[in-house]
Write a protein that binds this ligand. Sequence first.
Ligand code: HEC
Length: 602
Amino acid sequence: MLLRITIFATIVATCCAVAASAEPPNERLAIGQKAPALAFTDIRYLPRTVAELGETKAVVLLFVKGDCPLVVRYGPKVKSLEEEYRAKGVRFLALNVGANESVTEVAWQAVKADWAFPIGKDFDGKAAKALGVTRTPEVVVLDKEQRLVYRGRIDDQLRLSGQREAASHEDLKEAIEDVLAGREVHVSETPVDGCLIEFDALAALPAVVPKEVTYSRHVAPILAKHCQECHRPETSAPFSLLSFKDARDHAETIAEVVRQERMPPAFCSREQTQIVNARRLSDAEKALVLAWAKGGKLEGDPSELPPPREFPAARWKIGEPDLELKLLTTQEIPAEGIIPYRYALLPHVFLQDTWVQGVEILPGNKSAVHHANLAYVKVGAAPSNENFITGYVPGGDAMVLDSGVGFRIPAGSVLALQIHYVTTGMKATDRTSVGLVYAKETIQKELRHFQGVNRRFAIPPGDSHHPVTATRTFAADSTGIGMFAHMHLRGKDMTFRALYPASGGEAERSEVLLAIPNYSFDWQISYRWAAGQKKFPKGTKYEVTAHFDNSDFNPYNPDPTATVKEGEQTFQEMMYGFLFYTHDDERLNLEIEPKTGWVKGG
Ligand code: HEC
């Protein structure tokens, strides 16, 4: 008898041990228990914790996925709940748990929903697991002591395949009210019928990879194609990625930045597929790099290496300039600290209208010049961004115009550089140059641009989502060339839209031209359409909307207690959404003198 019991007990124990090992490793956090420290990645790719939300009466964590319809449908409800309870000391945070949804796409989801509160990425689903969350949109409420007091649905109005006229249970709202009143939450757990979180997919690679991934066969071609233009000697990138050793020694970091899609730098949503110069790995390339870095980091057979990528030895991307203008004095850069923008006029007066087709800013010291902007100013006027020509950012393109298109530097102006220097830990010097290539052929069209600027704003202290907009209208049928955003350290996102006029029975139509949902002051990249492809009929409205984050959760905010207005310095703000274009019917027929850029006989 005793024996039989033992055998039975053994069978039970075996069965349950197996069942238990199939469960997620974490015990499901019970209501009333204190939540562990919860980490996530913010829209600036920084590791953050829920504790960094600061002093709160309660925290609401909302789990989301971009491809979950219920998340999108609950967007407005979440927005209004957050607005209602923000003033009462409740902080909201959305965490994305979608497989293969990049930080930029996650940020774009929040911009589209117009959420003022932070969103982040729970890359491994660790935070969701720790809180026992299994679906989206599922919410949890933590009280002041970080205890789990509510887990479940937002309310019972919207279901996966239908909806009620109104909610009969406002579960989240009631839980928050209970916490604020210091009561026990009376309904602390509710069922959620949203989209399942695919924990396995979160851990998996974004595409199928071969059994043995090697550097020589698989990884080297990807690094050559997408990384080496910046990661080679004498550029602003911190190390080269030219050899097996380079890659192996940085394999973990490469895996991190590739997984996050932080590298290669893009900062625009994938949704605007007409942008042709966004740098991006395909899912297959991404999977290969990750599999290699997380696997054996094998070298493979060096005879399979692709031929080394050739980089032009020339100093200039625009070709040899007709006119090179150097800063008059050498700039001294201290070893540490923040350096206010510096302005310098370049020593050359343009006596006549001068037509150029190539313009390039060439930093003297690439590790000290963070970015620079070039504008022309009338002799005697104060330098400003007003007549912007082009900018320099690490890895950015020089301005090279299509044939027949020219940029006009007006008679009586000089060029002004605005340079943002960064310290490198060592004293440094710089003498940046500007190169101009004059138009060599008949100019038919003048390069035009909208600045999309708004100078009349005041961002209130602490405001995490302050909108500023600018609109312009195309005065003639036009062809778009590209776009470019400029903001300072509180700039969070910028969305460029076109509002096409009604025509031929078609109603007015709005289109997002470009979304930069996680703007980075460090990466002021320009975004281009294929030449001649983007058409804007006369009367099309161009509309730019930016949001500024003046909250203390913005890690780069110089002063969350300040009311921030327009100004040149980085502790002030700017809102510029440039769009470059030409007029379709313009036929200037200007013959240009190739040695001066002046109109012949002009
Ligand atoms: C347009 C230029 C450019 C391209 C293209 C580029 N990088 Fe970078 N990369 C940089 C710069 C500049 C930095 C340093 C500043 C920063 O981290 O943002 C950097 C930083 C890094 C870092 C260090 C990050 C850290 O946390 O310290 C890694 C790793 C990296 N890049 C890998 C890659 C890989 C892999 C690719 C290609 C898939 C790539 N980069 C493409 C310019 C570039």
